[in-house]
Ligand binder design. Structure first.
Ligand code: GRG
Length: 296
């Protein structure tokens, strides 16, 4: 089967598995008090790629055939990601009116409701992890690692610097700091948790994390390039915003061509690392290529 077709099919199947768990787990939209439940369901089922759950599931499948046990963890990672998008779109952060091809959460439900919807997704994600049928010792380790990676020294610090650097000239070190934290951490963590739950030996975990670090930054570079070269229709969000508010992006620091080259080099490096696992890593290799050419 053609690589693109194979990837699309596999991603779709796994997105559906995650959607089933999310639908079962999250409060019904007419449950009291319905404002917050409606808002969080609106955002989580707005049709994102579900990349982080997909990474967790692919990493798990490097070691296990049956993907079921990792799905709650994968779904929890999507809840955290969606929370970060809802909050990121708020007027006092990135002030974005569109997300995933629809009006953003606060634009439809109001700012307070969007904040609470995001908070609910973040907090409930931890509960969902504890419900996964994996080694109990790993469950508590996962809760700790997620809290660490997303907390004040992780995602939040990346987001903080992202805001703080708006309108300023940033150096390469700061640029990397922002994106390793804001985008890279959750991507790498998804792979790490999936691989650990699957039973990855330490040496292989290192290769998986090297892959994760490389695709994480490449993903952000492509995101920056799409903000310049993509279309709102394909991306599902406003374009050209980075330049408007003078965000610290790879193209603004390195230029478009050098950024593209950097993304290509990182994807090559990621594939070399994961290639160390042999034929088992095929889907992760195909995914890495897709991340470079994606249009949304
Ligand atoms: C504590 C988790 C946490 C976050 C609080 C708001 C915030 C701090 C962080 C925001 C981080 C952020 C918005 C990063 C952007 C990463 C990025 C490139 C998002 C787009 O991801 P896609 O393309 O989106 O995978 P879809 O819609 O497909 O899921």
């Amino acid at each position: 089967m053609d690589h693109k077709v194979l990837l699309k099919k596999d991603m779709k199947e796994k997105q559906e598995l995650v959607n089933i768990i999310l639908d079962r787990y999250l409060p019904r939209k007419d449950e009291y008090p319905k404002e917050v439940h409606k808002a969080l369901r609106y955002s989580i089922f707005a049709g994102g790629k579900k990349l982080r759950p997909y990474l967790a599931m692919l990493a798990f499948q490097l070691y296990q055939d049956n993907v079921e046990p990792i799905i709650p963890v994968a779904a929890a990672l999507e809840m955290i990601h969606t929370f970060s998008l809802i909050h990121d779109d708020l007027p006092d952060i990135d002030n974005d009116e569109y997300r995933r091809g629809k009006k953003s959460c606060h634009a439809v439900f109001g700012e307070g409701e969007a904040m609470l919807a995001g908070d609910s997704l973040l907090v409930s994600a931890f509960e969902l992890v504890t419900l996964a049928e994996i080694d109990p010792a790993l469950r508590s380790q996962f809760v700790r690692e997620i809290a660490h990676e997303c907390g004040a020294v992780g995602l939040i610090s990346g987001q903080m610097m992202d805001i703080a650097c708006e309108g300023k000239k940033v150096d390469k070190k700061t640029l990397n700091y922002i994106h390793e934290n804001k985008t890279g951490r959750l991507i790498n963590l998804s792979l790490r948790l999936g691989a650990m739950a699957g039973g990855a030996p330490e040496k292989e975990l290192e290769l998986i994390e090297e892959y994760g670090r490389c695709i994480g930054i490449a993903f952000q570079i492509v995101d920056d390039l799409l903000d310049i070269e993509g279309t709102q229709e394909e991306l599902g969000k406003s374009i050209g915003k980075d330049a408007d508010v003078q965000k610290a992006t790879f193209p603004s620091v390195y230029g478009i061509e050098a950024s593209r080259k950097q993304a290509e080099d990182l994807i090559h490096k990621a594939k070399t690392a994961i290639g160390g696992l042999g034929e088992r890593s095929r889907m992760l290799q195909i995914l890495a290529d897709y991340l470079l050419t994606r249009k949304s």
